[in-house]
Design a protein around this ligand. Structure first.
Ligand SMILES: [Zn+2]
Length: 212
């Protein structure tokens, strides 16, 4: 279990994670910057950077934490939320290891019959990158209102660590490879419990909270 501070440097939050200088997530519209030039981390991924800077591979960490974005609060957006990040770096780590690990996690969370699928995606810090869907927990993949008749629900993002990230932390990208994944705790909670408004989780209404 690895931890990091909520206030981060731009380098840890963006540069070391291969995020281009003109990437929209760096914009002041999206990220809270402090007067000294630091920022409120917009994901838990800088913990990967901190951990790899201080430890030689192999690395196996999980990192839960609070994140901040300049989103206007609505039913699905909150200016602060929580992620869980995972990182595995060693020799010969493959996309199959990622899929096996996430499949195990899916079964632990949803039950033994759940299936997962990868869809191609883009994140600056992984290559290739995938979005990961689980079969719908309401209809078991048959199609229903909750999954918009697709049978699948998007749960998290993942991918193989981009070699540029390894360069940032002075790992030898020719010797090691790794996978990383990140997921939103509120998002998964809302899916599992059928909660339609993320603000319910933060309003401290005892009538709501006492159901859990
Ligand atoms: Zn469904």
């Amino acid at each position: 279990m690895a931890d990091g501070p909520d206030v981060e440097t731009v380098w840890n939050n963006f540069d070391a994670l291969n995020t281009p200088a003109d990437h929209p997530s760096r914009d002041e519209q999206d990220t809270f910057y402090l007067e000294n030039g630091d920022l409120m981390r917009c994901h838990t991924s800088p913990v990967q950077v901190r951990y790899m800077m201080e430890h030689k591979p192999p690395v196996r960490i999980i990192s839960p934490g609070r994140c901040y974005r300049r989103d206007t609060p609505d039913a699905t957006h909150s200016a602060n939320f929580h992620q869980v990040e995972g990182l595995y770096v060693d020799e010969n780590v493959s996309l199959a290891d990622l899929k096996g690990t996430l499949s195990y996690f899916a079964k632990e969370l949803m039950g033994p019959d759940v299936k997962i699928r990868f869809r191609p995606h883009f994140f600056p810090f992984t290559e290739p990158s995938v979005e990961v869907d689980f079969t719908c927990h309401v209809c078991n993949g048959k199609g229903c209102r909750v999954c918009k008749n697709s049978g699948w629900i998007e749960i998290l993002g993942a991918g193989m660590v981009d070699p540029h990230v390894f360069e940032s932390v002075e790992y030898d990208a020719n010797r090691v490879s790794g996978f990383a994944f990140g997921m939103g705790i509120e998002r998964i909670t809302m899916i599992l419990f059928g909660i339609h408004d993320i603000r319910n989780l933060y309003e401290n209404d005892v009538r709501f909270l006492s159901q859990f």
